[in-house]
Design a protein around this ligand. Structure first.
Ligand code: ATP
Ligand code: MG
Length: 193
């Protein structure tokens, strides 16, 4: 599961757990992005903070892991490179899935090498409130090997959490308390977006 995780929240965790069970996966690897290709319009929190928040949030789940693969790689992040690296690390017989929200999967159509990506992994697209799956044709879903998965509707987003923190509105129960404590200790997101 790739993401900026700026910060990680219960939407990410619920989605990962649901994919683990519905698709009978061995584990979920959370992969915080290095310099995200699609988020160059705003300053993303330093990778080390995002990595540590992800570690804190997933620490109690034995089926969750966090990888430094993308944050340790210089330059812009392309998902296809990450997937090929994961395949090299785990062997060609390993079945790889890429877990995303339905909003992000729509972008896949425009990702670099989206065709090649479909050969390397299957996408698991979680439904998220506000995103219309009807936009996806059957052919697109098949061509890009996308499986859709229903998760309990969670209207939580990192953007909303950053906004709330900037305005001193509550974020409790939107993300793990331990992550909230890390955010406060390091004074992250005081400036909001
Ligand atoms: P931002 O608001 O900064 O874009 P985000 O909440 O979308 O943050 P990302 O780190 O961009 O979080 O998301 C990583 C992945 O998790 C993406 O595939 C995204 O679609 C998915 N995701 C994020 N929030 C949810 C949610 N509430 N339910 C299901 N999937 C989610
Ligand atoms: Mg997002």
């Amino acid at each position: 599961m790739g993401g900026t995780f700026d910060p990680i929240h219960y939407g990410h965790l619920v989605t990962a757990e649901e994919a683990l069970v519905q698709f009978n996966l061995d584990k979920v690897i959370f992969m915080p992005t290095g310099v995200p290709v699609r988020k160059t319009h705003r300053t993303v929190t330093p990778a080390e903070h995002r990595y540590l928040m992800t570690v804190i949030a997933t620490a109690s789940n034995p089926d969750f892991e966090v990888s430094r693969l993308e944050i340790d790689r210089a330059g812009l992040t392309y998902t296809v490179d990450t997937m090929l690296a994961l395949r090299d690390l785990n062997g060609p017989q390993t079945e790889l899935y890429f877990i995303t929200g339905a909003d992000a999967v729509w972008d896949i159509l425009t990702w670099k090498d989206s065709g090649r990506l479909a050969d390397v992994c299957t996408f698991i697209a979680a439904t998220r409130p506000g995103y219309d799956l009807e936009r996806f044709s059957q052919e697109d879903a098949q061509r890009l090997s996308i499986e859709f998965m229903e998760v309990p509707a969670l209207a939580i987003s990192s953007t909303d959490i950053r906004l709330r923190l900037g305005e001193r509105r509550p974020v409790r129960y939107l993300l793990p308390e331990s992550v909230g404590a890390y955010v406060a200790k390091n004074n992250l997101y005081a400036g909001g977006l």
